[in-house]
Design a protein around this ligand. Structure first.
Ligand SMILES: C[S@@+](CC[C@H](N)C(=O)[O-])C[C@H]1O[C@@H](n2cnc3c(N)ncnc32)[C@H](O)[C@@H]1O
Length: 204
C-alpha cells in the first residue's frame, strides 16, 4: 500500500468562507484562548491550528470530489474545531480526543452551534496496529498506550473517508503509518504542518 500525494492549490487561502464557518472559527478561537489561559494543569499537547485554512481545504476537497464517501474523523481533536467545520460542510463527522476537559469543551461548542458532530474521549490509535512499540519510538505528543474508541463510535478506522490531524513537528510519520495500516484504500489524510501549511495524501 502506498500514499499518493495530492497537491493542494497555492491559492487555498483565497477560497471564500461561509458566514457560518467564520462565526464557528471566531467562537472556537475565543474559547480556545480562554481554555489555554485557564486550564490547570496546562495541557501541553494541545495547540490549535489554522482553522481558516482547514475550512478552505475542506471546501476545495469537496468541490473537487476527492473523497470516496462522507465520513470525517479528527485524530486528537482538541477543541474539535476541524470536526465541527466538517459537520458544517455536511460531512458525518467525529472527533477523538484523549483529554476529557477538551472533549467537554468540544461537546459544548457542538451544542451551541447546533452541529451534530460526535466527540469521543479516548485514543485514536487503533489497538491492532502492528509494530506500535517501534512506531512510538520518539513520539512524545501522542498517547500510545490507551484503549481506542472505535467500538464506542461504531465505526472502524477503515470506514472513514477523510482524516484530519495536527501532528507535532517530527511526528507526522506516526500519523501516516497508522493511516496507511488502518484506513481503507482511497481514504485521505489531511495534516496541518505549521509553517508548511496543509498536506493531503490518499491511500492507494
Ligand atoms: C496539536 S493538538 C491538535 C488539536 C486539534 N486537532 C487542532 O487542530 O486544533 C493534538 C491533540 O491530540 C491529543 N492527543 C494526543 N494523543 C492522543 C490520542 N492517542 N488519542 C486522542 N487524542 C490524543 C492531545 O490531547 C491534543 O489535544
Amino acid at each position: 500500500m502506498a500514499l499518493e500525494q495530492i497537491n493542494l492549490p497555492d491559492d487555498l487561502s483565497t477560497i471564500s468562507q461561509t458566514a457560518t464557518s467564520l462565526q464557528l472559527i471566531k467562537l472556537a478561537d475565543n474559547r480556545s484562548d480562554i481554555f489555554v489561559k485557564s486550564s490547570q494543569p496546562a495541557i501541553h499537547n494541545y495547540v490549535p491550528c489554522d482553522f481558516h485554512l482547514v475550512d478552505q481545504a475542506l471546501t476545495w476537497i469537496l468541490d473537487n470530489y476527492l473523497l470516496t464517501g462522507n465520513r470525517f474523523c479528527e485524530l486528537g481533536s482538541g477543541m474539535g474545531v476541524a470536526a465541527l467545520l466538517a459537520s458544517n460542510h455536511r460531512m458525518e463527522s467525529v472527533g477523538i480526543e484523549i483529554e476529557p476537559t477538551l472533549v467537554e469543551e468540544s461537546c459544548l461548542l457542538a451544542r451551541e452551534l447546533v452541529l451534530p458532530t460526535r466527540f469521543y474521549c479516548g485514543s485514536f490509535v487503533p489497538r491492532n496496529v502492528a509494530n506500535i512499540l517501534e512506531l512510538s519510538q520518539g513520539i512524545e505528543h501522542v498517547v500510545t498506550d490507551e484503549g481506542d474508541v472505535y467500538d464506542d463510535i461504531g465505526l472502524a478506522p477503515s470506514e472513514f473517508d477523510l482524516f484530519f490531524a495536527f501532528p507535532w513537528p517530527g511526528e507526522h510519520h506516526f500519523f501516516e503509518s497508522i493511516f496507511q495500516q488502518c484506513a481503507a484504500d482511497g481514504a485521505c489524510l489531511l495534516t496541518y504542518q505549521g509553517r508548511d501549511g496543509l498536506n493531503l495524501v490518499r491511500k492507494i
